[in-house]
Design a protein around this ligand. Structure first.
Ligand code: WT7
Length: 631
C-alpha cells in the first residue's frame, strides 16, 4: 500500500486548535497526544471542561454496567444551554448562527439571539401542547431553520426528538412514530425540491391516520400549498407560538438523559432506534468539530448533509452551535437550478470549510471541472468527506478542483451509532488519499480476523472499537437485547462496527464497505431486508432477494431478484411498477436500480436465500463455495 503522502501546510498546523490544546498540555507531537489520550478520564474530562455544566460530574466514565456505559455521571447539564443560552452573555449573541438559503433563493441570516428567542417560543408552544420531559416528538421537515429550532426546543425542555428524513414515505414515517410512541408530530405544509412542491403534510396525514399515539401535529407554513387541518389535532406553528414568551429556562437534566433517537438500517427489516443522550454526546460532538475542522470565530462552516441523518444532527445543529460557529443551511438540491449551485453559495457567502460526501463529489466530477472553475472558491481553507469510502480519484479531484490543488481533506469515518467522528485526520495529520487515517484522540480501534485475532498489516478484517467513547449510542430504543447482540456479542467487550477495513504499516485505516446485509446508497444506510420486505408486500411478488451493486456515483445501489406469484406475467411494466412501489413503501433512496425476474432463488438446504451467489453473479465474479446450496 505504498501511497502518496499529503503533508499539511505549516501554517495550518501551527494555528490549529488541536495544536493549541497540545501546547496547553505540554504535548509535543500527535503520537504523544494519541498515547496520552488513551487515559479516557483525563482526555474527555479535559475537553468537557470547555462546556457549561449546571453541576459538575462525579465520574467521567462509569463502566460498571458495560456495555451500557455511562459518562459524566452525577452532573446536571443541558446541551441546548450550551448551544444557545450561554452565548447570550458573550459577543456570540449577535453573531450569525445560520445563513439559510432556500431553494428558490431567499437568504435569511439568523443571529444566535434570534435563534435563542425562536427556540424559547417554540419550547413554550410544546409545553402548551402538554409535551413533558421524556416525551417523544417526531419531526418530518425539510431543511429550513424551523427544523433545528424544533429539535432544540424539544431538547431544551427535556423532550426526545426523533427526526425522520423528509424523503421517507408515509409508511416509514408511521412505523417510526409508532415505535417511538410519539405524542406530537412537527411538519410543514410542503417542501421545495427541484422547483416542485413536495406535499409533506399529506404524508404526515397518512401516517397519523394509522398512528393514534400522535395527538398533535404542528404545521409550519413553508410552501403555501393547500392542506387540510384536522380540528383539535392539527395546529399551525404561527398560531401555536402566537403571544408566547420568548424566554424559557433549559431543563436541568442528568448527563445520561435522552436527547434523541434516530432510526438507521440494520440487517433486519426493522430499523434500529439509535439512542443518544445529552452530556457525553455534547462533549464528543463539540470537541471533534473543534479539533478536526478547526473552527475559528471567523469561519463559515458548511456541512452539506441533511438534518434527517446523524451528520446533520451532530454537525449542522449541535456541534456548530456549541462552538458558536456560523453555518450554512441550504434547503434544496445540489444541482438546482444548475449543478454549480453549491459553488455559487461558497463564493457568495465566502464559505471557509466544506464538508460533504463522496457521492456528491462524484456527481460534481461528472459535470466537469468547468463549473467550479467559474467561481471564486478561494475562501475555502479546509475540506471534508463522510459517508462512504472515498476513492482516491475523487479525493484528488476534490482537492484539485474545489481545494485549489492545496487544501487538506478530512475523511471522517463514523456512524449513526458513534455520534461523532472516530477515525479521521486532524489538520496536523499527513494524508493518504482514500484513507480515513487514524483513530482520533480518546478512540481506540483495531482490525480483527474472523476468529478475533489482530489482522496483519494490509489484511482486510472486521473493524472494532476497543474502548467506549462519550458520544456512543447508549442502547437501541426499547430493544437493549438487540443492542448487545448487534454490537457487543461477536467479540465480547469490543464494539463491532460492521465495516470491512484494513490497517497499513503506518496504522492508517482503509475502509472497504459493510460486511453485513447493509448497503451504503449515496452515503445513506439501507438494509437489504427492508427493500425485500417492501417487495414481498406487493401482491404479485412471491419472493425477493436484494443485493448491492457498485454504482459510479452513488457507491452502492440495490438490485433486486424477484420471483412472481403463479400466473403473473414477467413484464417490463411490472418491473417499473415494483420500482415505484418500493419508492412509495420506503422512500426514493430505496428504489432498486434494476429488477430481475427469476423462476427460483438460490437457497441453502435450510431455506435461506443465498444472496452471496446473486451478488457474485450480478458482479460477474466467481460464485465460490456452493456446498450448502439446495440443488
Ligand atoms: C457507515 C455508517 C456517519 C455519517 C454518515 C453515515 C460508512 C461513513 C465513512 C468514511 C468509509 C464510511 C461506514 C459506516 N462510512 N463514513 N469516511 N469512509 N466509510 O452514517 O448511515 O450510520 O453509516 O457509513 O460503512 O459503517 P451511517
Amino acid at each position: 500500500m505504498a501511497q502518496e503522502l499529503y503533508q499539511p501546510p505549516k501554517e495550518l498546523v501551527e494555528n490549529s486548535n488541536i495544536k493549541a490544546f497540545m501546547n496547553k498540555h505540554g504535548i509535543a507531537d500527535l503520537d504523544i497526544l494519541l498515547d496520552k489520550a488513551q487515559d479516557l478520564d483525563w482526555y474527555w474530562g479535559e475537553v468537557a471542561k470547555e462546556l457549561d455544566w449546571f453541576k459538575p460530574w462525579d465520574k467521567v466514565l462509569d463502566d460498571s454496567g458495560a456495555p451500557f456505559f455511562k459518562w459524566f455521571t452525577g452532573a446536571k447539564f443541558n446541551i441546548v444551554h450550551n448551544c444557545l443560552d450561554r452565548h447570550m452573555n458573550t459577543p456570540v449573541k449577535d453573531k450569525i448562527a445560520f445563513i439559510y438559503e432556500s431553494e428558490p433563493g431567499e437568504v435569511e441570516r439568523w443571529t444566535y439571539e434570534q435563534l435563542h428567542k425562536e427556540v424559547n417560543m417554540f419550547a413554550n408552544g410544546l409545553k402548551k401542547l402538554g409535551v413533558k420531559k421524556g416525551d417523544r416528538v417526531t419531526l418530518f421537515m425539510p431543511m429550513i431553520p424551523q427544523n433545528p429550532i424544533a429539535m432544540l426546543a424539544c431538547a431544551k425542555i427535556g423532550a426526545v426528538h426523533s427526526v425522520v428524513f423528509s424523503g421517507f414515505s408515509s409508511g416509514s414515517l408511521r412505523d417510526r412514530i409508532l415505535d417511538a410512541d410519539s405524542k406530537v408530530l412537527i411538519t410543514t405544509d410542503g417542501a421545495y425540491r427541484r422547483g416542485k412542491v413536495v406535499e409533506l403534510k399529506k404524508n404526515a396525514d397518512a401516517a397519523m391516520a394509522e398512528a393514534p399515539c400522535c395527538q398533535h401535529c404542528v404545521v409550519f407554513k413553508r410552501a403555501g400549498n393547500d392542506v387540510p387541518m384536522t380540528e383539535g389535532r392539527d395546529i399551525w406553528w404561527h398560531d401555536l407560538v402566537d403571544g408566547l414568551s420568548d424566554e424559557c429556562e433549559p431543563e436541568p437534566l442528568d448527563s445520561e438523559d435522552m436527547l434523541y433517537m434516530l432510526y438507521t438500517s440494520g440487517t433486519t427489516g426493522k430499523p434500529k432506534g439509535i439512542v443518544h443522550i445529552h452530556g457525553g454526546y455534547a462533549v464528543g460532538t463539540y470537541s471533534t468539530l473543534k479539533f478536526v475542522f478547526d473552527l475559528k470565530p471567523d469561519d463559515v462552516w458548511w456541512c452539506a448533509a441533511d438534518i434527517g441523518w446523524v451528520t446533520g444532527h451532530s454537525y449542522i445543529v449541535y456541534a456548530p452551535l456549541m462552538n458558536g460557529a456560523t453555518s450554512i443551511l441550504y434547503e434544496g438540491a445540489p444541482d438546482f437550478p444548475a449543478p454549480d449551485r453549491w459553488w455559487s453559495i461558497v463564493e457568495r457567502e465566502k464559505v471557509t470549510v466544506l464538508y460533504t460526501s463522496p457521492t456528491a463529489i462524484r456527481m460534481f466530477m461528472r459535470h466537469g471541472e468547468e463549473l467550479p472553475a467559474k467561481h471564486d472558491l478561494s475562501s475555502l481553507r479546509l475540506l471534508g468527506s463522510v459517508g462512504e469510502p472515498i476513492n482516491p480519484e475523487a479525493w484528488r479531484w476534490y482537492r484539485d478542483n474545489i481545494g485549489g490543488g492545496k487544501l487538506q481533506i478530512m475523511d471522517t469515518w463514523w456512524q449513526t451509532e458513534t455520534g461523532t467522528f472516530m477515525i479521521s485526520p486532524l489538520p496536523i495529520t499527513d494524508l493518504k488519499p482514500g484513507s480515513a487515517t487514524r483513530p482520533l484522540p480518546g478512540v481506540k480501534a483495531d482490525v480483527l480476523t474472523q476468529d478475533g485475532n489482530p489482522a496483519k498489516p494490509g489484511e482486510n478484517g472486521l473493524g472494532v472499537l476497543l474502548k467506549p467513547w462519550p458520544a456512543m449510542l447508549r442502547t437501541l430504543y426499547k430493544d437493549p437485547d438487540r443492542y448487545v447482540q448487534t454490537y457487543w456479542s461477536r467479540f465480547p467487550g469490543k464494539y463491532l462496527t460492521g465495516d470491512s477495513v484494513a490497517k497499513d504499516e503506518d496504522g492508517y485505516f482503509w475502509f472497504r464497505g459493510r460486511v453485513d446485509e447493509v448497503l451504503n446508497v449515496a452515503g445513506h444506510r439501507l438494509g437489504t431486508a427492508e427493500v425485500e420486505s417492501a417487495l414481498v408486500a406487493h401482491k404479485d411478488v412471491a419472493e425477493a432477494a436484494v443485493v448491492g451493486v457498485p454504482h459510479e456515483v452513488k457507491g452502492d445501489v440495490p438490485k433486486a431478484f424477484v420471483t412472481l406469484k403463479v400466473g403473473v406475467e414477467k413484464t417490463d411494466a411490472l418491473k417499473d411498477e415494483l420500482k415505484k412501489w418500493v419508492a412509495t413503501e420506503i422512500g426514493k433512496i430505496a428504489q432498486p436500480d434494476e429488477i430481475e425476474f427469476r423462476d427460483k432463488l438460490p437457497k441453502t438446504r435450510s431455506g435461506k436465500i443465498m444472496r452471496r451467489l446473486l451478488k457474485a453473479e450480478a458482479l460477474g465474479q466467481p460464485v465460490g463455495d456452493v456446498s450448502t446450496l439446495d440443488e
